[in-house]
Design a binder for this molecule. Structure first.
Ligand code: MRU
Length: 324
């Protein structure tokens, strides 16, 4: 299966997520500038995929600027700050940069190893989460709800929250998945729906604003989401809308499970209040598919993420274990 992000013949190759589901196309990125632009346009997105992008970006730079450490450090700094919320991006940059003393080939080898590792740890984390959900939820088959896209497109391969769906579906335990559409960039409607259809999992796309009532009406056995940064106290930053979903799940006694690789945990950050929330352009809210829907000049509030406090979360699951 085509990886979301990979290395081929001296360049970074990504699935262009701005084109899905209309078109499946690959982009070849040959410079750090092209990669940063792809990250900022969300052509490559999702916390674990951003970790891989950071590492491959350092490899691109190291190969281009052989022996010029200053240039590589400057590129690494720009890459690490291309988007502020997912900690995986700076983690990926740092990890690849640590191999710079071994030369560009050492950096590239580390970045490639990280690609393999990503799929392995996400399979593991999502397998653990699937077991936990089977223990916690009695109803069979399960009715799950997810937000944004935490599938193979948000990782190098496999996925985190959708990885749980793949495990459960393979075992015949999924009745359906509700995929929140995820305003304003519609990662749920465009990407999660595409992945679920590809995998043959029954699903329905719902407006974000319908999720709380779906939970209240008893149509959801478990909510499962990914994460962009997890603070040391277990507070979780994820796509905006996650917090509201967690409140609804808590109110109705539905378990709310977060699945992420350990690289999403930021042990230096004591609590979620310290997480920088990316604010994106107004026109992502005031236009839909290029058509203006709000009056000309209408200002918007467009935070890309929100923070869910740990006490609303049933468990955070990584490849290293289940953290209640
Ligand atoms: O803005 P995006 O699309 O990069 O946001 C992605 C999310 O919020 C995902 O839920 C998160 O990165 C987890 S991906 C396994």
């Amino acid at each position: 299966m085509q990886r979301t992000i990979d290395w081929a013949e001296g360049a970074v190759v990504i699935i262009d997520q701005t084109a899905l589901p209309r078109e499946f196309r690959l982009l070849r990125l040959e410079t750090v500038d092209e990669l940063i632009s792809a990250i900022q346009r969300l052509a490559v997105r999702g916390a674990p995929a951003l970790g891989a992008a950071g590492a491959l970006g350092v490899a691109l730079s190291a190969l281009r600027h052989k022996g010029k450490t200053g240039n590589v450090l400057a590129d690494a700094e720009r890459l690490a700050h291309a988007r502020p919320t997912a900690v995986n991006l700076s983690w990926g940059v740092r990890r690849a940069l640590a191999k710079l003393p071994e030369g560009p080939e050492g950096v590239l080898a580390e970045a490639k190893a990280m690609l393999d590792e990503d799929e392995r740890v996400n399979r593991q984390a999502s397998g653990r989460a699937a077991e936990l959900i089977l223990e916690r939820c009695e109803r069979r088959p399960l009715r799950l709800l997810t937000h944004c896209n935490a599938g193979r497109l948000a990782t190098v391969g496999w996925g985190t929250a959708l990885g749980v769906v793949w495990h459960l579906h393979d075992a015949g335990h999924v009745e359906y998945v509700f995929a929140d559409e995820t305003r304003p960039l519609l990662q749920g409607a465009r990407l999660t729906a595409w992945e679920l259809a590809e995998a043959g999992v029954p699903y329905r796309v719902l407006p974000d604003s319908a999720a709380a009532s779906a939970v209240a009406r008893g149509l959801v056995d478990c909510v499962v989401v990914g994460a962009d940064r997890i603070a040391a106290n277990g507070d979780v930053a994820n796509k905006v809308g996650t917090y509201g979903l967690a409140l609804a799940a808590a109110r109705h006694g539905v378990p709310f499970v977060v699945v992420a690789p350990q690289s999403t945990v930021d042990p230096e950050l004591p609590a979620g209040g310290g997480i920088v929330i990316e604010e994106r352009a107004d026109d992502e809210v005031t236009t839909v598919a290029g058509t203006r829907i709000a009056p000309e000049g209408a200002p918007a509030f467009n935070p890309a993420f929100d923070v869910t406090p740990a006490d609303l979360i049933f468990a955070v699951v990584t490849e290293n274990g289940v953290f209640p």
